[in-house]
Write a protein that binds this ligand. Sequence first.
Ligand SMILES: Cc1cc2nc3c(=O)[nH]c(=O)nc-3n(C[C@H](O)[C@H](O)[C@H](O)COP(=O)(O)OP(=O)(O)OC[C@H]3O[C@@H](n4cnc5c(N)ncnc54)[C@H](O)[C@@H]3O)c2cc1C
Length: 477
Amino acid sequence: MKNMDIPRLKQIVGENNVKDDPADLFIYGSDASVHRAMPWVIVRPEKTSQVQGLMKFADEERIPVITRGSGSGMCGQTVPSHGGITLDMKGMNRILEINPPDVYCRVQPGVVDDDLNHALKPHGVFYPPTPASSRTATIGGEIGNNASGVRSVKYGATRDSVLGLKIVLPGGKLMSFGTRTRVEATGYQLHKLIVGSEGTLGVVVEATLKFVPIPKFRCLGLANFDRLEDAGHAVADIMAGGITPSMLELVDNVAIKAVNKTMNLGLPDVDAVLLYESDGMVKEAVDYEINVMKQMCAKHNGTGLQSSYDAKERAKIFMGRKKLFPALSKFSELHASTSLADDMAVPYSKMAETARKIHDVAKRHNIIMTAYGHCGSGCMHTKILMETSKQSQWNSARKAVDEIYEYVRSINGTTSAEHGIGISKASAFKAEKADSLELMRSIKRAFDPNNILNPGKMMDAPDDWVTATDLRYMVDA
Ligand SMILES: Cc1cc2nc3c(=O)[nH]c(=O)nc-3n(C[C@H](O)[C@H](O)[C@H](O)COP(=O)(O)OP(=O)(O)OC[C@H]3O[C@@H](n4cnc5c(N)ncnc54)[C@H](O)[C@@H]3O)c2cc1C
């Protein structure tokens, strides 16, 4: 650990905005991934000039800087594997402008997604990329990971909603990328490059985001399937069926069992459930889309078809999906839910086969895996439920992860749909993007010649994620 010049840091960001208490360092040493590594110090700037001062200091001293929002990332993006300064951006959490005539807003990066949507609601609009973690996820973290959510099938991921960014580069220079207009053809779209760069290129200090009208009508439907494959085929038909669902979610049997067990929802013990939603300003158009989706489900042996416009009914239907991630953690006392191989995307026609493959691999390696996700975007989530105290289970998880990603690549899928790369997915990412890794490293050098921003992540992370850092769990020798 480098001896940090705490008085100098306090001069830059203020007396109360620097922490090096071991308890704080411990908290900032993990995120929602399996990894743990302690930062040397935590700094919480309140304004852009402080970020500039900090980045100048860190670049001169060659100190790693790990920019952090709420730390809900699932792949170790904010785990300081090389030590350094954790730059906590939650102190910059102001909504700077809501501009309905020009249909954009400007926010600081520490604004929490739900808070932004709460502020937008009186204007009749919403910011749509919204991940399931919207109660805690910050706009900066969503930009870092190119987050998306249940409605991204219709409204796109974070990258589709970002019009412009202000970022601070290593050395302290403030740059403005993008515009406040809907279209732009003025050279490289550098703001789009920053989205999904996981804090490796610059520190976002302001974002200009577009928003969309809140639809007058929303209808949510459900179908049960005795065979996972049938649900997968229904998804493929719906997405090729000339309509634009606002949500299309798959929940498999392991997930159904988990939510039934923990929330007593009484969902039928079927192989899979499909949730489908349509929204819009004209009820007839929504009716039409819902009917098309019902027909597709029925064609593929979907049963128990139901749908509702009523907000309370919709919340009830959606409850199992919404609470799925916490439910998985409680699946069994012996097993913990780990974010591994957690969000590949695959072509629609391969959804069912992928879900089946995940179950086969899990069975062979004596671990439990589930398959669920935003299948309308081709996104297949899974988690590995395992006995985290046993070294043998980590060895199994390592093999299972490798096999699953190899399969995903073989069907032209991709390593991550929305959770990003960080440390845990680096080896699969490197295998998938082998052709472009050197180009990516050149881009990184152009932004960050001294490699201070989130070093050792993505293309520069070790291949073996189990030993890349300490694990967040106690493992028996
Ligand atoms: C229960 C649960 C559910 C989830 N559901 C979803 C989901 O549905 N969809 C989804 O996409 N993700 C989901 N996630 C993952 C995660 O919540 C999202 O990716 C979220 O956007 C991360 O936000 P954060 O503020 O926690 O970012 P962090 O984890 O703090 O940071 C994420 C990345 O962004 C970078 N970063 C943060 N702030 C800045 C900044 N100001 N400038 C530059 N880089 C920055 C960090 O360095 C890091 O690389 C879920 C996580 C959990 C725990």
